[in-house]
Design a protein around this ligand. Structure first.
Ligand SMILES: [Zn+2]
Ligand SMILES: [Zn+2]
Length: 289
């Protein structure tokens, strides 16, 4: 037990040093500056070619979401990822040790070219996330946490990061452990992660985009707005369009739903008018209810 706590501690301390490094050393694999750059790019698109022209540039919840970006991306997502991945690998190796197995390589990804490794990792991670997202809608106590993401009433890019920090734990533990088992680490994660952030920003952006035929592979603003629909159709009682970066899972498994333009669709959930609107109360909400 102590060993795992030590790993968690080292991960956090190590991460803090790393964060300081990031901010003070701009570079091509720098999370901090990529996040800011991508955010400004998508924000500029929203301002120049908005889908809902009447929606204010500084929409309802904009500053709250800006805070969530900082909190979830920097203070939680990467730290959680770092700590969990280190613990995950150790736990897995210890587990194998019980059976006297030194290394179990289910898929020998090391022998593949880097692009193929990244592609496999990306597709696998996205499919796992799609399943987790479905669970967030189906399991009542998980839905309490996920409601925060669905409390957005005016959609814009930064809404991507409005979610409870518990979601990071749920997603990362479920997603990372299988990835760690087949030998992926945080180093390879950069490109995949930034790409997902970019597509996620676009999914929530005030943009009338669906990428034509590519929309059947990639999630997009016209599709994701329906995920946030306040009124759910009877055939999708637990929601639809659960895709994170890829939309293909929804098309494959029958949960895709884009009946018409969702431009003026009312978003939220039943009873959202009583939902807290600040960070503190939103964070405490699932624990109190
Ligand atoms: Zn959702
Ligand atoms: Zn969303």
């Amino acid at each position: 037990m102590n060993k795992y706590l030590k790993i968690i501690e080292d991960s956090f301390v190590g991460y803090f040093d790393y964060l300081i490094q990031e901010i003070t050393n701009p570079g091509w694999t720098n999370y901090f500056y990529w996040l800011i750059g991508l955010s400004l790019l998508v924000f500029a698109l929203e301002i120049s070619i908005p889908w809902r022209k009447k929606q204010p540039i500084i929409r309802k919840g904009f500053w709250l979401d800006a805070f969530y970006i900082l909190f979830n991306f920097f203070l939680f997502s990467l730290i959680g990822y770092n700590a969990l991945s280190n613990v995950g690998v150790e736990l897995f190796n210890d587990f194998l040790g019980i059976f006297n197995i030194e290394n179990l390589v289910a898929v020998e990804v090391d022998n593949l070219p880097v692009w193929a490794q990244l592609l496999i990792m990306f597709i696998l991670a996205d499919f796992i996330q799609w399943n987790v997202h479905r669970m967030l809608h189906r399991v009542p106590w998980l839905w309490k946490f996920h409601q925060i993401h669905h409390s957005v009433k005016e959609m814009g890019f930064a809404a991507q990061f409005r979610f409870h920090f518990m979601e990071t734990l749920v997603y990362k533990s479920v997603q990372y452990i299988p990835l760690a088992m087949i030998g992926f680490g945080i180093e390879q994660f950069f490109i995949v992660h930034m790409f997902s952030v970019f597509v996620g920003h676009l999914n929530h952006a005030n943009l009338d985009w669906s990428y034509g035929k590519l929309g059947y592979i990639f999630n997009n603003p016209r599709m994701h707005i329906w995920h946030h629909a306040k009124q759910l159709p009877p055939q999708h009682r637990y929601g639809m369009n659960f895709g994170l970066t890829l939309s293909i899972w929804d098309y494959l498994f029958g949960t895709a739903y884009v009946p018409q333009s969702g431009k003026n669709l009312e978003i939220g959930f039943k009873g959202d008018e009583h939902f807290p609107s600040n960070f503190k109360d939103q964070t405490l909400y699932p624990f109190k209810n």
